[in-house]
Write a protein that binds this ligand. Structure first.
Ligand SMILES: Cc1ncc(COP(=O)(O)O)c(C=O)c1O
Length: 400
């Protein structure tokens, strides 16, 4: 993108629609979702019907979501945070039991380990994909390790088959092969080896929170699994224990499930729209030498939940932050750091994992940044964002 063209775009295509690096609604709704909400409310006015409990909408949503993920079962819930907690409950962790979690992450997975009395063992990520590095995971296994807990980071599939192989190679002395649990909150619909994620790991946890790739009215989530015992346990936990064990109320609502069905049917379209925005962006940013653009391995189909770039090593920290500042203050474009190592960004997790330091993750945490992206971004908006990024990077280069 040459300077003259950039200047013209910046003059004529200014927008402040993308002030958030992680837009607060990740997908979009059409008349169909609105009609569905209204209809479901009307249907629920019947005193013999109401909004409860595990109703037809929920059952249908679960069947369709499981099929979409090539999993046998889907248990819908009120959010991914809940799903992560439930997955850890199903491990029945004993004090001192360890779970391996990538440090470049949202805090939810690590919090769920600690919530169930386990010990978080941080691992490094692959600097090109930002996914938990299988070799580093393997190095950190001890006789106390119970599970490998990767996040499908920023919209892309983590290499689940690699973790599954490691899990078989290093069984726990009492419990057998380590469990692999995926946090797919940001990656609903991501492709891996020709399938959607969610069917290979022991459990995979999804979010339909407002910022996510598909949404169910602000909150919502699901856990997929093909282990019937795990599914039964999850269902019991979700609904007061089913009379046989501890449980509470973690259900999704009927209206959410009805909207979920419409969103699920729309999901692949929204993902393709994101991919088109990104493909155009990659072309516009090609040649901007300080930026390493998102990488998509051959066996993955990225959803681009976030457009995650890296700045050079000698731009780590201050210069990266300067880019974010200029993009926001001068151009009104959001760029977020998602995510620095959890033990740095979250004081509680820092305390609970004191003494563990990961040099690569710390470096990446000072080099990565995610530039706003959304399926509804117009070509003009995307051009504006790219022009702003070129100008900003050149300015930071000149500032020395
Ligand atoms: C990677 C990851 N895991 C878990 C969560 C929690 O999801 P929820 O808001 O549905 O509880 C989020 C939400 O931001 C996330 O990004």
């Amino acid at each position: 993108m040459d300077r003259e063209r950039r200047q013209e775009i910046l003059r004529t295509q200014r927008t402040d629609r993308w002030r958030r690096g992680e837009p607060h609604i990740g997908g979009y709704y059409g008349e169909e979702e609105i009609d569905t909400v209204v209809q479901t409310i009307r249907d629920s006015m019947d005193p013999n019907e109401g909004f409860g409990f595990i109703c037809e909408e929920i059952e249908q949503f679960e069947q369709q979501f499981a099929a979409y993920c090539s999993a046998d079962e889907c248990v819908s819930i009120n959010g991914a945070g809940t799903g992560l907690d439930m997955a850890m409950m199903c491990l029945d962790l004993q004090p001192g039991d360890e779970v391996i979690v990538p440090a470049i992450n949202f805090p939810g997975a690590a919090l769920s380990v600690i919530g169930q009395g386990g010990q978080v063992v941080w691992c490094e990520v692959d600097p090109r994909t930002f996914q938990a590095d299988p070799e580093d995971v393997e190095r950190r296994i001890t006789p106390r390790t119970r599970a490998i807990y990767p996040v499908h980071m920023n919209g892309m599939a983590a290499p689940i088959d690699d973790y599954l192989e490691i899990a078989e190679l290093h069984p726990h002395p009492e419990h057998g092969p380590l469990k692999v649990i995926g946090d797919a909150a940001r990656s609903c619909g991501a492709g891996y080896k020709g399938q959607k994620i969610g069917g290979r790991a022991w459990m995979t946890v999804f979010s339909f929170h407002t910022m996510k790739l598909m949404t169910t009215l602000g909150e919502g989530g699901a856990v997929t699994t093909s282990d019937p015992d795990a599914a039964a346990r999850l269902r019991a936990i979700r609904q007061f224990g089913g009379g046989t064990q501890w449980g509470t109320n973690y259900k999704m609502t009927k209206v959410q499930a009805a909207v979920g069905l419409v969103q699920l049917a729309r999901l692949d379209t929204m993902l393709e729209e994101r991919r088109a925005v990104v493909a155009h962006r990659n072309e516009l940013l090609a040649g901007l030498e300080e930026l390493t653009l998102p990488y998509e391995p051959e066996d993955c189909r990225h959803t681009y939940y976030l457009y995650t770039c890296l700045v050079p090593e000698d731009w780590a920290g201050e210069k990266r932050d300067r880019i974010i500042q200029i993009m926001s203050e001068d151009y009104g474009v959001g760029v977020v750091v998602a995510n620095p190592p959890c033990y740095i960004s979250n004081k509680f997790l820092g305390r609970m994992t004191e003494g563990q330091r990961l040099p690569l993750s710390e470096e990446l945490g000072r080099r990565l940044m995610c530039v706003s992206v959304h399926p509804k971004m117009t070509t003009a908006d995307d051009e504006y964002i790219c022009a702003a990024l070129w100008e900003t990077v050149e300015r930071v280069r000149e500032e020395g």
